[in-house]
Design a protein around this ligand. Structure first.
Ligand code: ATP
Ligand code: MG
Length: 398
């Protein structure tokens, strides 16, 4: 890909935000700059409702495209070949180089159409003439290899743009993740466990432009350091898309033991979740997060029945969002495979929930019953929560 010195970024939704559009574009540019920083020197600029990334130094094409296609807000990425001179000869050469770079590996057996746009009308030929000449030149070179014209439904649209005193040629769109650039929609606190669901939930919310913090409730020695490492690994995978995630690690052992010692065991999971939420709410306030995110899905386990979710929600005033709420397990699994968290999620380290679960947990908890049980914790649990909050360990995952 030696001739690809530039990428054109396609973005859909942020183009529809009216006046805010510039804000969105600027944030997307900033995200791109940050992600490319360690890979070379790049000029990222906004120009006529487009974002261009120009390589100013040597760079690794595969590495750069891999990073760019994980940035939320990018719908597609077009590798561009630039004609530095504003002459037909130079533009023709750029098209030929572009074809070699882009299709030599896969072959030229496809249909195409040339589509020229003259933003600078000073060019001596009009768009249609350029389309015809370029088309003719391409056929002359590649027709014997299967290349043919289809003006109605071409496999490949060869775009030639004449802007300023340069020509830009692109044809291929590498799909990006879509969504909105992170940093355009506030901040949330995700309850991140080592399972399959919560990394997907975290990804889904980040994809809507939300900056993510995460909290993991750790119960040493009942849970191993391997379980924590697994959560960190999962957060790091999601951070490749979302940008850095601040992970708050809360030592939950004493709180969990207090619940275990004082409350009916069939209510343990529900009460524990309520304390997860209370601690998460406090951490949210301290870190300016506006919502709590979990990986719960209706009916998946006893603590995720409608009644359980309602009772858990009741523990906090903040909004709680559960992006995978209506998804089947298989759908969540497929999603996690697509974003690359699945293989890590299925590594076999227990999280704290699996150790303190009762054989017959309540599936239809009653508010008053849970509240009554929690009364037994008054005077015991407050100092434990305070201590847990005082000792939160924070790591930045990136
Ligand atoms: P996951 O696959 O995300 O682990 P799960 O199917 O195992 O979810 P539960 O264990 O009931 O379901 O957890 C439901 C949600 O509660 C999780 O998706 C996660 O958001 C949160 N959660 C559970 N355990 C922890 C933990 N140790 N630390 C932080 N959050 C947790
Ligand atoms: Mg779990």
């Amino acid at each position: 890909m030696s001739n690809i010195k530039m990428f054109l970024v396609r973005y859909a939704e942020i183009g529809t935000k009216g006046k805010n559009r510039y804000v969105f574009e600027d944030i997307l540019c900033k995200r791109i700059r940050t992600r490319l920083k360690s890979l070379g020197e790049f000029d990222v600029r906004r120009d006529f409702g487009r974002i261009y990334i120009e390589a100013l130094s040597e760079y690794d094409y595969d590495e750069v495209t891999e990073r760019l296609t994980k940035i939320f807000g990018i719908v597609g990425l077009c590798p561009v070949t630039v004609s530095e001179e504003f002459t037909y000869e130079s533009i023709r050469e750029a098209v030929m180089d572009h074809f070699e770079d882009t299709f030599a590996d896969s072959g030229f057996d496809f249909s195409f159409k040339v589509h020229t746009r003259r933003i600078n009308k000073g060019f001596p030929m009009n768009s249609m003439e350029i389309d015809m000449e370029i088309g003719h030149d391409l056929l002359e070179k590649y027709e014997s290899e299967g290349l043919h014209v289809d003006v109605h439904k071409p496999d490949i649209m060869v775009e030639v743009e004449l802007r300023g005193d340069k020509g830009y040629v692109y044809s291929k769109i590498i799909p990006g993740p879509g969504g909105l650039p992170v940093g355009t929609n506030g901040k949330a606190m995700s309850l991140l466990s080592g399972g399959i669901d919560s990394p997907v939930a975290t990804y889904m919310v980040a994809k809507r432009g939300v900056e993510m913090d995460a909290v993991y409730f750790n119960s040493p020695p009942y849970t191993s350091t391997r379980a924590l490492e697994k959560v960190e690994k999962l957060g790091t995978i999601v951070a490749q898309y979302s940008g850095p995630i601040k992970l708050h690690i809360v030592n939950f052992t004493d709180i969990q033991l207090a619940i275990y010692d004082n409350c009916p065991h069939d209510q343990l999971t529900i009460i524990m979740k309520r304390y997860f939420f209370r601690v998460a709410q406090e951490l949210s306030k301290r870190n300016e997060c506006q919502a709590i995110i979990t990986g719960e899905s209706i009916g998946q386990v006893s603590s995720q029945t409608m009644q359980s979710l309602a009772v858990i929600d009741d523990a906090v005033e903040m909004p709680v969002f559960r992006p995978v709420i209506g998804m089947d397990k298989q759908e969540i699994v497929e999603y996690s495979q697509r974003i690359g968290t699945f293989e890590t999620s299925i590594e076999p380290y227990e999280d704290c929930c699996t150790i303190f679960v009762d054989k017959h947990p309540v599936t239809k908890p009653k508010f008053y019953a849970i509240e009554k049980s929690e009364k037994r914790l008054v005077g015991i649990i407050e100092p434990l929560i305070e201590k847990a909050l005082e000792n939160v360990e924070t790591v930045i995952l990136k």
